[in-house]
Design a protein around this ligand. Structure first.
Ligand code: AQP
Length: 328
């Protein structure tokens, strides 16, 4: 029986952080074992905010290397760059004619990003979720594994698929959102009321996957917590809860075992231990990344192959769409 398909992607903006790793990459690594997996580098999304062209070009290769370093196997899964498969932009245009301005006005990411980039509130930023719907629907996936911040966009994707199918006949499979049970929203270290974000103003916000051991120790030491003293899982103590969630995910220990381990300990002792747990967990990934990033040809060959594999699937869907709409 054919494996069911999954599709997800990350923007090649800045360097990835442990939120991207936990919310997206870690799930992808597990899911690729049981699914026909497509992992996209969504560079067309990246240009909805100002990018330095040279930096963007380098970021694409770095992100591909990070996918592989994190455990995505390019033989098993398809790794590709969005702009190299033109069907994404083409289907995006067709879906634009079905998306309502009112659908897009509700998107919280658009509201957040327009506040963050008030000097450049461009049409692409507004239209981002429609292109994302095209990214997904082209591959007819069963599930879309993302972090919680993308839930609203996946919901819109489902709406657009249903709207298209109703108007033109059943072309799209309506995909399901897949969030992990814990860690779907890792919060910022310097403000646990906001999600960890790679475009945050301060690098105290996140732990980058390439941060050195000393930088990780410093960032965790300075992470915002409350004035309490007991190291226990309490969602009301947002900063500590976020750090404990990271401890759970990176150590693999249960909540009860962690609380027992730190009974009577101070926040400072817990933070010092957490830093070491994260350093140990990231170290193999960092070693693989350092080796991969030196081999530009190898990464380019993987991306060329990925574009061909993605193109073959995307073209089939786009043809069905064009035929259904009357453009074929
Ligand atoms: N804090 C987070 N916790 C869990 N998952 C997260 N993701 C992002 N932040 C967290 C998930 O990572 C994937 C890739 O995200 P993206 O590149 O599309 O960009 P984003 O969601 O906009 O992530 P950032 O870090 O906030 O980037 P910037 O600041 O550049 O916009 C997605 O699956 C996302 O859910």
């Amino acid at each position: 029986m054919a494996k069911s398909r999954i599709l997800s992607g990350i923007q090649p903006t800045n360097i990835l952080h442990i939120g991207n790793y936990v919310g997206a990459l870690q799930q992808w690594v597990t899911l690729q074992q049981t699914h026909d997996a497509f992992f996209c580098i969504v560079d067309l999304h990246a240009i909805t905010v100002k990018q330095d062209p040279k930096q963007l070009h380098d970021n694409i290769r770095q992100l591909a290397a990070m996918y592989i370093a994190a455990g995505i196997d390019p033989k098993q899964s398809t790794i590709f760059v969005q702009s190299r498969v033109s069907a994404h932009a083409e289907l995006g245009w067709v879906l634009n004619t079905l998306a309502k301005v009112s659908d897009l006005e509700r998107m919280t990411q658009f509201k957040d990003k327009s506040a963050q980039h008030h000097e450049n509130i461009n049409v692409g930023l507004f239209d981002y979720p429609v292109l994302m719907a095209a990214d997904i629907l082209l591959y007819q996936p069963e599930i879309v594994p993302v972090g919680d911040d993308q839930s609203q966009h996946v919901e819109l994707t489902r709406t657009l698929a249903q709207r298209f199918n109703k108007q033109f006949g059943d072309v799209f499979h309506v995909p399901k959102l897949q969030l992990r049970k814990e860690g779907a929203r890792i919060m910022a270290l310097d403000d646990p009321t906001k999600k960890m974000s790679k475009s945050a103003g301060s690098n105290a916000n996140y732990i980058a996957l390439t941060d050195s051991a000393d930088v990780i120790r410093k960032k965790i030491r300075r992470a915002v917590t409350d004035s309490g003293s007991q190291v226990v899982f309490d969602p009301k103590r947002a900063g500590l809860y976020n750090l404990l969630t990271l401890y759970r995910i990176f150590s693999g220990m249960t909540e009860a075992a962690i609380e027992k381990k730190f009974a009577g300990a101070k926040y400072g002792d817990f933070k010092a231990d957490l830093a070491e747990v994260i350093i140990t967990a990231l170290s193999p990934l960092q070693e693989r990344y350092a080796a991969l990033i030196k081999d530009e040809k190898h990464i380019e060959a993987i991306l060329d192959d990925g574009a061909k594999r993605a193109q073959a699937v995307a073209e089939v869907t786009l043809k069905k769409v064009y035929d259904a709409v009357g453009l074929g």
